[in-house]
Design a protein around this ligand. Structure first.
Ligand SMILES: Nc1ncnc2c1ncn2[C@@H]1O[C@H](COP(=O)(O)OP(=O)(O)OP(=O)(O)O)[C@@H](O)[C@H]1O
Ligand SMILES: O=P(O)(O)OC[C@H]1O[C@H](OP(=O)(O)OP(=O)(O)O)[C@H](O)[C@@H]1O
Ligand SMILES: [Mg+2]
Length: 284
């Protein structure tokens, strides 16, 4: 089996989070941000640290097997025929919005005949065409928010997370989001090397481990059915006997963001000794 070649963002918003995720999945990662590539012989994987915008291009050309980048950047690379999204990674979430000076626009139809500055020209042109909006896109590399003030555009289209960058520039998003983005694992449509399955399973394990916690509690046997409705687990919860024949111990995975609510409800039902432990890793 040949070494799996994987592209990872070398800088920008996704870089640190992606590297951390791969480390949690048990892969070696670079220590120094100047390293351009790194071999992990134990797992037979080679990582290439590339600009997030270029990653879909390398995967699309078939020189790398897998890549991690933003969904928005993958769309903008215009490689739909060669590349597909294999899995969202639950990190680097953002929306892609059109914005204008505060109070100036309220509907996309008002963009007809206007200029929109963006570094995502393919994505924006595609959206405009699909929605029958006749606007000109002005391709800029970054700091898009300044383009209106300097008179090269009437509106901007850019990544919005908290919205503070737009607000600080006196802009406000209007209309629906063009898309929702996050970091995604991408691969080639026509070729899935066997070794890719293991990386996918490991990353999925990290995602699940981050989303779930392990919940343990004791409950009188007579109340088990009611408690189990609150903690159905993934397959089904583990139920173990206790020294007291009237009681049992229950163990189930619970969504991290629901843990406190479920604990309250279990307590009300009659569960006691309710414990939560984080899950470090898992393979489902
Ligand atoms: N503030 C943010 N929050 C979440 N995701 C973001 C944010 N800014 C950018 N992204 C996402 O990160 C990915 C890469 O964008 P990023 O801005 O990091 O790259 P870049 O602009 O090429 O790099 P740099 O900003 O370092 O020049 C995109 O998919 C984008 O949606
Ligand atoms: O909604 P917010 O939370 O403010 O985040 C969105 C901003 O973050 C990114 O910029 P980045 O820091 O990557 O700078 P760039 O313009 O150089 O890409 C993006 O391009 C937006 O400008
Ligand atoms: Mg950026």
């Amino acid at each position: 089996m040949s070494t799996l070649r994987v592209a990872v963002p070398n800088k920008g918003s996704l870089s640190a989070a992606v590297t951390e995720m791969l480390s949690e999945a048990g892969y070696r990662q670079r220590r120094d941000s100047r390293e351009l590539a790194l071999t992990d012989p134990e797992n037979d994987v080679e990582f290439f640290y590339l600009r997030p915008r270029d990653i879909a291009v390398y995967v699309g050309r078939g020189v790398l097997d897998l890549g991690i980048t933003g969904r928005d950047l993958m769309m903008d690379a215009d490689v739909d025929d060669a590349v597909e999204e294999l899995m969202p990674l639950g990190i680097g979430a953002s929306t892609f919005r059109i914005a204008g000076p505060q109070g100036e626009f309220s509907d996309f139809s008002e963009l007809n005949g206007k200029r929109i500055a963006t570094s995502y020209r393919v994505l924006v042109d595609h959206y405009l065409e699909e929605h029958g909006i006749q606007a000109e896109t002005v391709r800029l590399d970054g700091a898009i928010e300044t383009s209106i003030r300097l008179g090269v555009a009437d509106a901007v289209a850019d990544v919005v997370e908290t919205g503070s960058t737009m607000r600080a520039a006196g802009l406000e998003p209007f209309g629906p989001a063009l898309m929702k983005s996050e970091a995604v694992l991408i691969g080639r449509k026509d070729h899935h090397p066997k070794a890719e399955d293991r990386l996918v399973r490991r990353l999925r394990g990290v995602i699940v481990a981050r989303q779930y916690a392990m919940l343990d509690y004791d409950i009188p046997k007579s109340l088990v059915d009611e408690a189990m409705r609150l903690t159905p687990g993934l397959e089904s919860p583990t139920i173990s006997p206790l020294a007291d024949p009237e009681w049992v111990a229950v163990r189930a995975m619970v969504k991290e963001n629901l843990v406190n609510r479920v604990m309250d409800e279990l307590y009300d039902v009659g569960a006691r000794a309710i414990l939560v432990t984080p899950i470090n890793a898992c393979r489902l």
